[in-house]
Design a protein around this ligand. Structure first.
Ligand code: DX5
Ligand code: ZN
Length: 229
């Protein structure tokens, strides 16, 4: 995975058909997804449960792009090796998930993955000030984590501040929650380059009607790049 600041659209398979992940992943990639975003929830750090490392390992052979695994779990450290074994390219932990995020990010890199740190809406940009040299991606949550389909919370001030703090380091800023063609340009203008989108990508489509995924992805990308489709 090389670093670039081009806009990347990362559909969240939280909005996919849970009985058909393999085909759903193939469909979104064929329709132009840049990364595949995998939301892991534990029913403890967030009030919802999804899947664990065995399921993520089963997704891996279907992902030809980048498997971006967003852990909404606490604790994290005991599971890092399992997600490395599952084939995660990027592994993101929440700064709020425990007292030792510094150690967690070191351990993620030591296990051979890119290390991401996610910030809930209530967490300030400054919380990552001492983590920048351990981090490959900062995920700015624009909803409270746990569910797809929630309303976008404006965090553009935080994104701008993070882009200043990052300077010329090769760190992605990812936006997660309520991204659609209306909100995408706001966060990109503020400095984001990876856009997670669940409902806005999957709405209206299916594996038997995948062209809709493509239209949705192109719509978000065009809006993010300041173009009309
Ligand atoms: C929320 C997840 C998101 C979610 C985004 O806790 O981290 O990735 O799937 O869904 P939308 O795009 O529907 O807000
Ligand atoms: Zn997510």
């Amino acid at each position: 995975m090389s670093f670039d600041r081009k806009i990347k659209i990362a559909p969240s398979i939280l909005s996919a058909d849970f009985a058909n992940f393999g085909q759903e992943i193939q469909a979104i990639e064929a329709q132009g997804a840049d990364w595949v975003h995998v939301d892991v929830m534990d029913g403890h750090f967030v009030p919802n449960l999804t899947f664990g490392p065995q399921a993520v390992k089963a997704f891996r052979p279907h992902v030809k792009t980048v498997m971006d695994v967003h852990l909404m779990i606490s604790p994290v450290d005991a599971y890092i090796d399992a997600y490395a074994d599952a084939g995660a390219d990027v592994l993101t932990a929440h700064i709020e998930a425990g007292p030792h995020i510094h150690r967690t990010l070191q351990a993620i890199r030591a296990a051979g993955m890119k290390a991401g740190v996610a910030l809930n809406p209530g967490t300030p940009a400054e919380a990552v000030a001492h983590l920048l040299d351990l981090t490959d991606l900062i995920c700015v949550m624009t909803v409270n984590p746990g569910f797809g389909g929630q309303k976008f919370i404006d965090m553009t001030g935080k994104v701008r501040r993070l882009r200043q703090m990052i300077g010329d380091r090769p760190i992605h800023i990812e936006i997660d929650g309520g991204v659609d063609p209306k909100t995408a340009p706001l966060v990109v203008e503020a400095g984001a380059d990876v856009l997670v989108a669940g409902s806005a990508v999957f709405k209206g489509g299916s594996v038997s009607n995948p062209e809709v995924y493509g239209e949705n992805i192109r719509g978000i990308r065009a809006a993010a790049e300041g173009r009309w489709v």
